[in-house]
Design a protein. Structure first.
Lengths: 115, 109
């Protein structure tokens, strides 16, 4: 099991463009969460997907949207990119019925640079 | 609103010295708290949960509701403990974590 995989690992965009990041969860996991980690800061919760629906959302504008597919993989889309969107975007998977609450399995992240 | 504060960005100790990484939180409900760790060139991973009251790699953390703290402690630091440590709080149900800003622990030989 490769664990949580994310693509691409690095990408560079310009202001105003749109970006799509992808995530495949750990085998057997049904829930995907996305976090934004700015340089020198802790991860910030963007949103979580379960059963192909957004279950919870953090304090992020509507420019941030997502999707979950029937195979549990997920995408994060960011429209109208701003310089401040430059960050490491982390995907984390978990199993909703897991007895270990709070145990998320993280990917290595996609580093987005907005110029 | 919930908030997690780690007051130290960097903590540097010598091998064999005791370590305490501080974490304070604010939360209106009954919190569930965690420590996550990221070793060099590795992924962020769960270290320990307060609810399990376990010791992992010699680390322990006690939830102090009176002081709203969840400090991570180890009596004798090892060089392999050098890493980024994040304190986190579960927000409602559903594994939505609120993270602190992190503390980088450096254990010198």
């Amino acid at each position: 099991d490769a664990g949580v995989t994310q693509s691409p690992t690095h990408l560079i965009k310009t202001r105003g463009q749109q970006v799509t990041l992808r995530c495949s969860p750990k085998s057997g996991h049904d829930t995907v969460s996305w976090y934004q980690q700015a340089l020198g800061q802790g991860p910030q919760f963007i949103f979580q997907y379960y059963e192909e629906e957004e279950r919870q959302r953090g304090n992020f504008p509507d420019r941030f949207s997502g999707h979950q597919f029937p195979n549990y993989s997920s995408e994060l889309n960011v429209n109208a990119l701003l310089l401040g969107d430059s960050a490491l975007y982390l995907c984390a998977s978990s199993l909703t019925t897991s007895p270990v609450a709070g145990e998320l399995f993280f990917g290595e992240g996609s580093r987005l640079t907005v110029l | 609103a919930q908030r997690v504060t780690q007051p130290e960005k960097l903590l540097s100790v010598f091998k064999g010295a005791p370590v305490e990484l501080k974490c304070n939180y604010s939360y209106s409900g009954s919190p569930e708290l965690f420590w996550y760790v990221q070793y060099s060139r590795q992924r962020l991973q769960l270290l320990l949960r307060h609810i399990s009251r376990e010791s992992i790699k010699g680390f322990t953390a006690d939830l102090n509701k009176g002081e709203t703290s969840f400090h991570l402690k180890k009596p004798f630091a090892q060089e392999e403990d050098s890493a980024m440590y994040y304190c986190a709080l579960i927000r409602n149900a559903g594994n939505m974590l609120t993270f602190g800003g992190g503390t980088r622990l450096m254990v010198k030989p």
